[in-house]
Design a protein around this ligand. Structure first.
Ligand SMILES: *Cc1c(COP(=O)(O)O)cnc(C)c1O
Length: 460
């Protein structure tokens, strides 16, 4: 068995290496016939075993061509980011380790790498020593986890134990969000029994930033949710003024910083995140701008105890040791060892490498915007970070051009709605993106936009 397993792992490494090597030159979107070929993987649940080598062969031959090359340098959809070489390799090794990172005793290495990563990141982001964090699946769960800590602590101050007593009959909490709040935060509120619609909405300005002047009176039972990095424009809420107000009134400030938090790593952009360190909790993604594999997010809470109080479980067989117990900071218990990839990414980049990666993506976003504007099309946002909003004309034309860009395969850009209009959204979030990638993508986009305009036809 063991020699065969070794052969299998070497074979899959070879296949994966071939896949990664081909990424820079392949079409970003998969060909329709390759997607159709996925049907080969269907059929009834097999009655008898299939050799592992055959399983991997099928996955590679049928599955690999049907992937979207979102790990490459010309994927600008959503806010995605590829995986760094060291992070991918660490992910494989951690897969082979097969560690469960619930309790330190289950995996000293996984627990230790979480601790080290946390220490490095706390320093990088400028968060206080008192702060604790949970390694979760992404920013949605990070928002959920942070808001659970907020709910616990604000109600505890009001003499109510929400984990024990639930929300029925509890003192009311007020939740305040900006008009541009991310849907994942609303989903977190929904899951926490705080209500998606039971929020006070503060208007936003033309870049999507919360208007600090329009902030209502908060009070000590309020959770105020702000953003570092608007998902469309990349804009940052005016945190300094907001945090000062909230502090004075005893409110809890939570920051959705899914990708904006990483601005802290780049000297050129660190000022954007700095005022947010005055908040009480922060949600971020590692699978976006740190470029580690999915699923990887972090929930930071200013006072580790507030997070622990909300996430703690006790059972006779779960005996805590002396060190930090990973599962006391997350909604889940059994978990893969996400800290391994985070540690590997941080170790491989170092402070200078991470700064260079963030700065480069921001610089390339500006290059993209300049290319678009130079061709006579509209850039709708101030490019403060890595996001660019583009319009070629009316909503219908924009939608047609976006579809044609995706079908062309040179690059991939997604659509969004901005101020009532369908527009194109570009996010430069990958370590692998180069100036050449931007220029090649611009060439394709401008060519397609010109053709679409002149023909007014969706068919090419
Ligand atoms: C991506 C994103 C989220 C959701 O993150 P997931 O990792 O997909 O759960 C939340 N907020 C913002 C601002 C985002 O960009």
């Amino acid at each position: 068995m063991r020699p065969e397993m070794r052969e299998l792992l070497v074979d899959v490494a070879e296949r994966a290496a071939n896949f990664a090597f081909a990424i820079p030159e392949r079409s970003v979107a998969p060909a329709a016939e390759d997607v159709n070929r996925l049907q080969v993987l269907r059929g009834p649940f097999p009655e008898t075993p299939t050799a592992p080598s055959e399983v991997v062969r099928l996955l590679d031959e049928i599955g690999s061509p049907a992937t979207v090359a979102s790990t490459g340098g010309r994927y600008f959809g959503f806010v995605i980011g590829g995986t760094l070489p060291a992070a991918l390799a660490a992910n494989w090794l951690a897969g082979a380790w097969d560690q469960n990172c619930a309790l330190a005793v289950m995996s000293p290495v996984a627990a230790t790498l979480e601790e080290i990563s946390l220490e490095w990141l706390r320093e990088l982001f400028g968060l206080p020593q008192s702060c604790g964090a949970g390694f979760v699946t992404g920013a949605t769960m990070a928002n959920f986890t942070c808001l659970a800590a907020a709910r616990n602590e604000l109600l505890r101050r009001a003499g109510w134990n929400v984990e024990e007593q639930g929300l029925f009959g509890a003192p009311e909490l007020r939740v305040v969000v900006g008009a541009e709040v991310h849907v994942s935060l609303l989903k977190a509120l929904a899951m926490l029994g705080l209500g998606r619609s039971r929020v006070t909405v503060v208007p936003a300005d033309e870049q999507g930033r919360m208007r600090a002047g329009a902030l209502p009176r908060l009070g000590e039972r309020s959770i105020l949710c702000i953003q570092a990095g608007n998902v469309n424009t990349g804009a940052f809420d005016p945190a300094e003024e907001i945090c000062r107000r909230a502090r004075g009134e005893g409110a809890w400030v939570h920051v959705d910083a899914a990708f904006g938090m990483w601005a802290a790593a780049a000297p050129t952009h660190a000022h954007l995140f700095r005022p947010f360190v005055e908040a009480d909790s922060w949600a971020t993604d590692c699978h976006k701008w740190l470029n580690v594999p999915y699923d990887s997010g972090l929930a930071f809470v200013r006072q580790a105890a507030h997070l622990r109080n909300a996430m703690m479980v006790r059972a006779g067989y779960l005996q805590p040791g002396a060190s930090r117990e990973p599962m006391y900071y997350t909604p889940d218990a059994s978990r893969r060892a996400r800290g391994v990839e985070i540690w590997a990414a941080l170790k491989s980049l170092g402070r200078t490498g991470l700064a260079e990666m963030i700065e480069r993506d921001c610089r390339l976003a500006v290059r993209f915007a300049e290319g678009i504007a130079g061709a006579g099309y509209d850039v709708l946002n101030e490019v403060v970070l890595n996001q660019v909003l583009v319009s070629f004309g009316d909503s219908a034309l924009n939608k047609r051009i976006i579809a044609a860009i995706q079908a062309d395969g040179t690059c991939w850009c997604g659509g969004t709605e901005w101020r009532g209009k369908a527009v194109m959204r570009v996010s430069v979030s990958c370590w692998a993106t180069t100036e050449k990638d931007i220029d090649r993508s611009l060439e394709a986009i401008i060519r397609i936009a010109k053709n679409t305009k002149s023909t007014e036809s969706p068919s090419f």
